[in-house]
Design a protein around this ligand. Structure first.
Ligand code: ZN
Length: 659
C-alpha cells in the first residue's frame, strides 16, 4: 500500500528538507510525488536548466527508503515562456485571453507549449530514468482543471485538422452538423471556427464535435509526453491524475493510454452524502482499466481551500474515507500535500504536516493512519467482482447536456448518482462500462441515461436481453445517433424490441414540482415502485411491455410510468420518469446479491477475500452473520461485529480453524 503525497520542497529552504524526510519516515510514508509545479525552478530560462536541487532531493528520499513518483512539471508554464510567446495563453469563447498568474495557463493546441512541455519531460526523464528512487512517472497535473478548451486561432486550425480527419469530405461534415438548418452550410474548411460566443444557440453537433476535439487536444498533449517517457524510461509505469467523474475528458479513452489509473478525490465533509458520491467515483476509477487497482493520488487530510466554505474532516472521518478508497480498489492513499504551504493560493489547504507542525491533531492522524494502512498490505492487488454494470458514455453526456432540449435540468452525473445510491445502500457491487463493453459478463446492465445511442450499441443491448440479461434504461435514452440526429419512428426507436415501449412525447417536470406514481401491479411489488417523480415524465405507450407503475394524477394520469418487457430470455425495464427508488424491483428481479447485509449507513464491499465494513454514521452499529479476523484491529470476529461511530473493519477469513 502506497502512502505519501505531493511534496513541494521548492517552497521551503533546503534546511527543512532533512526534517521533512525524517518526519516522512516517522509517518510511514513510502511514496512522494515530486516536481508537479517545478517548471520555473527546473528551467529558469529558455536555455537554463537547474537539476542539482532535485538530484539532492531524490538522493535524500532514497536514503530514507522513500520511492518517488516523479512529475513532468508541465502544468504551469513559466513566466519567461509566456512573455516570449504570449500566444501560449488560452483564449475564452468570448475572445478574452487569460493572463499569467495562476496555473494551467496554456493553449492545448499551441505548438510552442507542446514542444516546451515535451522538451522538459525529456530532460527530466533522461536525468532520472536510472535513479533508484524513481518508481512512477506522473504526467502534468489534472488535465482540464481550470482550462478545458481554448478558442484561439491556433486551436481553430487544430479543430479544422481534427474535423478533416474525422469527416474527410465537407459534405459529410455538412450532413453530420445538419447545416441545412439556419443556413449554416460550409463551402470550405476555412470557414469553420470553434463554437465561440454567438447571437443565439450554436449548432449542437458543432458543439459536440468541439467537446470531442477538446478532450482529444489535451490527450495529444498527454500522449506526446507519454511517448517520450516510454522511449527514454521504458518499464516505469506512467499515469496522470484524474479528477473523478469529470465531464470534459473522455476517461475511457484517456485510461487506455495510461499504465494505471490515478485519481484526485475531494469529497466535501459538509455534504452528508459525500461518501456515496465518492464510492461512485472510486468504482469508476476501478472500472476504467477493467477492474485493475488504481491509486488515490491526491486527497485532503482535512479541509480544502477552494470551496466557498471549507469544512474540515471531524476526527475519524479522514481514516474512514481513506479506507473507503482502498475498499473500492485503491492500492495506495496519497495526498495534496505533504507540508502545508506558507504562501500561495492553497496555503489554507490541509496537509499531512500542518502549519502547526507535529503538535497538531492532523499530524497525529497522519502518523496513526500511516501505521494502519501498512496493515492492509495483503489487500493490494485484489479485485472486486460485480454482477451489475452502469453504462457511462462521455459522448452521450456531452450531447445530453446541450441547450434547447425538452429540459436543461438533466445533469448526467446527478442522474447516475441517484441510481448508484440505490445500489450503494444495498451493498451491491457495480462496475462502470463504456457502450462498447461486453455486457454479457453481467446479470444486470443499468443505463440511467443514454441519450445518444449508436444503433450498434442498441443492437448489442437488445441481444443481451434476448440472451437472458436484465436491462434497465432511464428516460430520454436512445434518442439520437452519434451525429446528434434523432432516431425516427417513435422514441426510443433503437431499443423498441428490448423495452417494448414507444414514447409519444416528453413531459419534463418543472422545478419544485413532482408527479405522483403508483404501482400498476397488485401483490408483492405493490408499494415498492410508488413515489413522487421529479425532473421528467413522458406520454408512454406500451407495445409488448407491461406497466409496473403508472401516473396517479395530472395529464398523464393512468398512463404507464415504469414498464417491464420480456424479450427472449431476459427483461427490459424502462423508466419513463425520474424515480430511482423504484430500482429495488429491478434489483430483486435480477437476483443480484449484496456483499453483506448491513444496517443503514454501514457500507460493505468486497475486494477478493476481504470484506470491508465502513460505518458512515455517528452511532454504534452492529453487523451480524460475520466471522474472520479484522486486519485493522487484529481481533477475531465471531458472528457479530460492533463498529463504533465512523468505525471500520477489514475482515479476512480466519486462516486456521480453532483447536
Ligand atoms: Zn488555443
Amino acid at each position: 500500500m502506497l502512502y505519501g503525497g505531493d511534496y513541494n520542497p521548492e517552497q521551503w529552504p533546503e534546511e527543512t528538507w532533512a526534517e521533512d524526510a525524517a518526519l516522512m519516515k516517522e509517518a510511514g510514508v513510502n511514496m512522494i510525488t515530486l516536481g508537479v509545479f517545478s517548471w520555473a525552478r527546473l528551467q529558469p530560462g529558455p536555455d537554463t536548466w537547474d537539476f542539482a536541487w532535485l538530484d539532492r532531493l531524490l538522493d535524500l528520499l532514497h536514503g530514507h527508503g522513500i520511492a518517488v513518483d516523479l512529475a513532468t512539471a508541465t502544468a504551469s508554464p513559466p513566466a519567461w515562456l509566456v512573455r516570449a510567446h504570449p500566444e501560449v495563453l488560452p483564449v475564452r469563447s468570448d475572445g478574452v485571453r487569460l493572463e499569467f498568474g495562476s496555473r494551467q495557463h496554456y493553449c492545448p493546441s499551441s505548438p510552442v507549449y507542446r514542444e516546451a512541455a515535451v522538451t522538459l519531460a525529456r530532460r527530466i526523464a533522461e536525468r532520472y530514468r536510472d535513479h533508484p528512487a524513481l518508481a512512477l512517472w506522473h504526467i502534468h497535473n489534472e488535465y482540464g482543471d481550470h482550462v478545458t478548451e481554448c478558442f484561439c486561432a491556433e486551436s481553430a486550425a487544430d479543430f479544422r485538422r481534427w474535423l478533416r480527419a474525422r469527416y474527410t469530405d465537407l459534405d459529410a461534415l455538412n450532413f453530420a452538423w445538419g447545416t441545412a438548418f439556419w443556413s449554416q452550410r460550409y463551402g470550405s474548411w476555412d470557414e469553420i471556427e470553434p463554437p465561440r460566443d454567438a447571437p443565439g444557440p450554436v449548432n449542437p453537433t458543432q458543439t459536440l464535435d468541439w467537446r470531442r476535439f477538446c478532450s482529444d487536444a489535451l490527450l495529444a498533449c498527454y500522449q506526446a509526453e507519454k511517448d517520450v517517457l516510454d522511449e527514454v524510461s521504458p518499464g516505469v509505469p506512467v499515469t496522470t491524475n484524474f479528477m473523478s467523474m469529470f465531464k470534459a475528458l473522455d476517461y475511457w479513452e484517456w485510461a487506455s493510454r495510461e499504465d494505471f489509473v490515478s485519481d484526485d478525490a475531494y469529497p466535501d465533509p459538509a455534504d452528508p452524502e459525500a461518501h456515496i458520491t465518492a464510492a461512485m467515483n472510486y468504482d469508476l476509477m476501478r472500472s476504467l482499466k477493467g477492474g485493475r487497482p488504481w491509486l488515490l493520488m491526491e486527497q485532503a487530510p482535512s479541509a480544502v481551500s477552494w470551496r466557498p466554505v471549507n469544512v474540515p474532516k471531524r476526527p475519524g472521518l479522514h481514516r474512514l474515507w481513506s479506507l473507503q478508497t482502498v475498499a473500492r480498489g485503491a492500492d495506495g492513499v496519497m495526498y495534496f500535500q505533504w507540508r502545508a504551504s506558507r504562501a500561495g493560493a492553497e496555503k489554507f489547504h490541509s496537509a499531512l504536516l500542518p502549519h502547526g507542525g507535529t503538535r497538531s491533531r492532523g499530524w497525529a492522524e497522519t502518523v496513526r493512519f500511516g501505521a494502519e494502512l501498512a496493515k492492509l498490505g495483503p489487500v493490494a492487488g485484489s479485485r472486486t467482482e460485480a454482477e451489475v454494470a452502469i453504462v457511462l458514455s462521455w459522448d452521450s453526456w456531452w450531447a445530453l447536456e446541450q441547450e434547447d432540449h425538452p429540459s436543461t435540468r438533466l445533469d448526467l452525473r446527478a442522474i447516475i448518482a441517484s441510481w448508484y445510491r440505490e445500489l450503494w445502500r444495498r451493498n451491491i457491487a457495480v462496475d462502470f462500462v463504456p457502450p462498447e463493453a461486453d455486457f454479457t459478463r453481467y446479470r444486470l446492465v443499468l443505463a440511467p441515461n443514454l441519450y445518444m445511442l449508436r444503433s450498434e450499441t442498441a443492437e448489442r443491448l437488445t441481444r443481451f436481453v434476448a440472451g437472458g440479461g436484465h436491462l434497465a434504461c432511464g428516460f430520454f435514452s436512445g434518442i439520437v445517433d452519434e451525429h446528434d440526429h434523432i432516431h425516427l419512428g417513435g422514441y426510443p426507436a433503437p431499443l423498441r424490441d428490448a423495452l417494448g415501449v414507444v414514447v409519444d412525447e416528453f413531459w419534463p417536470v418543472p422545478d419544485d414540482r413532482t408527479v405522483p406514481v403508483e404501482s400498476a401491479v397488485a401483490g408483492a411489488a405493490e408499494g415498492t415502485v410508488a413515489g413522487a417523480a421529479t425532473l421528467w415524465s413522458e406520454w408512454l405507450d406500451v407495445t409488448t411491455a407491461e406497466p409496473v407503475a403508472s401516473y396517479a394524477g395530472g395529464p398523464l394520469g393512468g398512463r404507464p410510468a415504469i414498464t417491464r418487457n420480456v424479450h427472449g430470455d431476459g427483461l427490459g425495464w424502462y423508466f419513463g420518469c425520474h424515480l430511482p427508488s423504484a430500482l429495488g424491483a429491478v434489483l430483486d428481479a435480477a437476483g443480484v446479491r449484496p456483499a453483506h447485509e448491513t444496517p443503514a449507513g454501514v457500507e460493505a464491499t468486497r475486494r477478493g477475500e476481504f470484506l470491508f465494513l465502513l460505518n458512515h454514521t455517528d452511532a454504534v452499529s452492529r453487523v451480524s452473520g460475520l466471522s474472520g479476523i479484522d486486519l485493522l484491529s487484529g481481533a477475531t470476529v465471531r458472528d457479530e461485529l460492533e463498529l463504533g461511530p465512523l468505525g471500520a473493519a477489514v475482515l479476512t477469513p480466519n486462516p486456521a480453524p480453532e483447536r
